[in-house]
Design a protein around this ligand. Structure first.
Ligand code: HEC
Length: 126
């Protein structure tokens, strides 16, 4: 009887400490991740605006300037984001023969893929 009465408050304190630390620790981290993601996406957008607009539509709508270049908002329906990322990162040729070889470096490629993911409108094929 005596030990149960002693244990009860300890358990309550332990529980509340636990839920409290969960609330206070994940919210700022989530916000930080979201902010970093947003920065990455806007970096990627700048890369795409500079390098891809000659041939590809890069926004939420509109046709590509070049008929044979798919709008970038649809490319991950057909191609795997990981694979395209690897190709860009490793300097493997992507796209048409006259599509330039790009070297954005690992961080630039990360940003590029983040932007492309953010604009996809077509659900990837299974
Ligand atoms: C000189 C024109 C040109 C430029 C500039 C260009 N592309 Fe392309 N891209 C093409 C064409 C044309 C295709 C279609 C190739 C095909 O279907 O064989 C293509 C295809 C692609 C594909 C689909 C994958 C594939 O192998 O077909 C991706 C992804 C892609 N381009 C991304 C980009 C990105 C990102 C940029 C800018 C960093 C870019 N392209 C710049 C012409 C271009």
């Amino acid at each position: 009887m005596k030990s149960a009465a002693l244990l009860f408050p300890v358990a309550v304190i332990a529980l509340s400490a636990c839920s409290q630390s969960e609330e206070t620790s994940t919210a700022p981290v989530d916000a930080m991740i979201a902010e970093e993601r947003a920065d990455l996406i806007s970096e990627g957008r700048a890369i795409v605006e500079e390098n891809c607009t000659a041939c590809h539509a890069i926004g939420a709508e509109g046709d590509s300037p070049r008929q044979d270049a798919p709008p970038l908002r649809t490319v991950f329906a057909e191609f795997d984001a990981e694979a395209i990322g690897d190709d860009f990162r490793e300097g493997i040729h992507v796209g048409a023969l006259d599509m330039p070889d790009f070297d954005f470096g690992p961080l630039g490629t990360e940003a590029l893929i983040a932007y492309l993911q953010s604009i996809q409108t077509e659900v990837p094929a299974e």
